[in-house]
Write a new protein. Structure first.
Length: 132
């Protein structure tokens, strides 16, 4: 799977397509699962930077969700919270990537819990159930 994603990234890069930043963050998930988590975190940061340079809000949301997931897997609850609160603002204020709202809200609740804030985690989870 990692080889296929790497090849797809090469093709997207050669064509100048924005999908490349999504592929980078997807590859990070595979790297997490195959035992190279530091590389995964670096890739997620690279994907977010690429999405920010592109100005594409959907890609910014999607890649930042993947970054937050990697941060959470690395025990960086504060970093994940910061990332997910940015995502939450974009999703609510700009209506971007609403189809990923369930994932971002679940990760936000999990991040609050990892940071030791069970009340906020519960509030986010309860709100998500009502909204979704």
């Amino acid at each position: 799977a990692a080889e296929c994603l790497a090849r797809a990234r090469e093709i997207a890069n050669a064509r100048g397509e924005l999908i490349e930043c999504q592929m980078i963050s997807e590859a990070a998930t595979i790297e997490e699962l195959t035992g190279i988590p530091q590389q995964a975190l670096a890739r997620c940061r690279e994907a977010v930077e690429m999405a920010e340079r592109s100005g594409d809000l959907f890609n910014r949301v999607l890649t930042t969700i993947h970054l937050a997931q990697a941060q959470l897997m690395h025990g960086d609850a504060a970093g994940a919270l910061e990332s997910l609160l940015r995502v939450d603002r974009l999703q609510r204020e700009r209506g971007v990537a609403g189809n990923h709202l369930n994932l971002s809200q679940a990760l936000l609740a999990e991040s609050h819990l990892a940071a030791g804030d069970a009340a906020s985690a519960r509030a986010v989870a309860n709100s998500a159930v009502v909204e979704l």
